[in-house]
Design a protein around this ligand. Structure first.
Ligand SMILES: Cc1cc2nc3c(=O)[nH]c(=O)nc-3n(C[C@H](O)[C@H](O)[C@H](O)COP(=O)(O)OP(=O)(O)OC[C@H]3O[C@@H](n4cnc5c(N)ncnc54)[C@H](O)[C@@H]3O)c2cc1C
Length: 405
């Protein structure tokens, strides 16, 4: 395996780097500095676009327009739909360079999940109606799969959709509907046939969040973060034209999304940056006498970030040769999220009692409390998107061929 860029890849990397250098709005360029002065600045383009200060909103729109102009708002979509038509490796290099420069990825679940699903399963009318506005950031999407009692065992979902003329009427509750408070559209799975075997009676639909009967209740995490929500549906009427794929076959449409699993290269880059920041902090003796305590741990974590990097590269290589990563994606997801938690724990150990300082503008908080906040926020990463236990089950059965427990 050759780890170096080919001449074309090196040229593309330079192009991405120069693009970020010339087009990334100052607001984002300065964010790392401001993050150290102020609490709660997330690398979250959708948050900036919908709820940001006037400056943040302007930057979010300017960056989205710059990317759209270049054709990079949806780098993986075919160019005939306004995407970049980039190869898997070009996408890999692009997310790598974005992560290194802390340039936000635009589009969220719209460009990464529903767009590619519509490209495979959508009708020509659905493509025509939804892809353009999604690309331009006019339609911002949330994902409504999980429910109380249906997370790991997603096929147990109960929210009902009953046909009534040209519409479906939806009643029920979704849980963990991330970004619902900053989205105007939702794609989700709904039960259309309660008598069929549980994977069979599910339909994939898109609904306008402003439809009467939809309500959103925030879930505030232990890190005081509002990232996700409970959503409730009371006689919500959805036109039948917003069903994607066949009625009662939504499970398979929903699972298509998993084929668009990205490699976790941006995670690998962010982890490496975090570790280098910690090493520099200790080299400069800013947490006096703590260096020896974590010296070996830092070396171990450094090796682990190299493994995360290589797992990401493996996923990208498979996609580049037309294969669909399966247990390999589970390995990447599980390992990367667990390494992040271990890095944050090493930082907590290095900072001692100062690790308890939460506010970024607290002068005594090491590294602007970023690692403390990561230690708290990273807890959910081994749950959201499929828990580590579920990933281990996949690796055991599909990767190692072990029998089901
Ligand atoms: C912050 C956050 C954001 C999320 N965003 C979204 C979103 O936008 N849209 C969406 O639809 N969902 C979202 N989710 C839901 C997420 O996919 C589920 O939380 C996850 O799949 C786990 O399901 P659960 O919470 O129901 O836990 P459960 O499935 O009830 O699991 C509880 C525990 O049991 C373990 N467990 C369950 N089954 C097995 C098994 N077979 N073998 C071994 N262990 C098992 C789990 O690993 C876990 O430790 C989000 C979750 C979080 C925390």
């Amino acid at each position: 395996m050759d780890w170096n860029d080919t001449p074309e890849q090196a040229r593309f990397r330079k192009e991405v780097h120069e693009f970020i250098g010339s087009r990334l709005p100052d607001y984002y360029r300065q964010r790392a500095v401001r993050r150290a002065q102020q609490q709660g600045l997330e690398n979250d383009w959708q948050q900036d676009w919908v709820h940001g200060s006037p400056e943040a909103q302007a930057a979010a729109r300017e960056w989205a327009a710059a990317l759209a102009e270049k054709g990079w708002a949806a780098p993986h979509w075919p160019s005939e739909y306004g995407g970049g038509g980039l190869t898997t490796f070009e996408q890999f290099i692009m997310s790598w360079e974005f992560a290194r420069s802390e340039a936000p990825v635009v589009g969220g679940a719209g460009t990464s999940l529903i767009g590619p699903t519509l490209l495979v399963h959508g009708t020509p009318e659905q493509k025509q109606r939804f892809l353009g506005p999604t690309l331009r950031g006019e339609y911002l999407w949330a994902q409504g799969y999980s429910e109380p009692g249906a997370g790991s065992d997603l096929a147990s979902l109960q929210t009902r959709a009953v046909r009534d003329g040209d519409e479906y009427v939806i009643n029920g509750q979704k849980l963990w509907t991330s970004t619902a408070h900053k989205s105007n559209w939702l794609f989700g799975l709904f039960r259309t046939d309660p008598d069929a075997p549980k994977h069979r009676g599910i339909t994939f639909m898109m609904l306008d969040m402003r439809t009467p009967g939809v309500s959103v209740r925030p879930i505030i995490s232990m890190g005081w973060e509002h990232a996700t929500n409970e959503t409730f549906y009371e006689d919500v009427r959805v036109p039948a034209s917003q069903v994607v794929g066949e009625v009662n076959r939504g499970w398979y449409v929903g699972m298509t999304l998993l084929d668009f699993e990205r490699s976790s290269i941006s995670g690998a880059v962010q982890q490496r940056m975090m570790l280098e920041e910690l090493a520099e902090h200790l080299r400069e003796n800013r947490s006096p006498n703590r260096r020896e305590l974590v010296r070996h741990e830092i070396a171990d974590r450094y090796v682990e970030t190299e493994v995360v990097f290589n797992l990401s590269l493996r996923i990208a290589s498979m996609q580049a040769s037309g294969m669909i990563p399966n247990y390999e994606a589970s390995m990447g997801k599980m390992y990367s999220t667990e390494v992040l938690q271990r890095i944050a724990r090493a930082s907590m150990k290095a900072f001692g009692l100062y690790a308890n300082l939460w506010a970024a503008n607290e002068p005594l908080a090491p590294l602007g409390a970023r690692h403390t906040q990561t230690a708290v926020h990273s807890v959910v990463q081994t749950i959201a998107g499929g828990s580590s236990e579920i990933q281990r089950n996949i690796i055991a059965t599909r990767g190692l061929g072990l029998p089901r427990g």
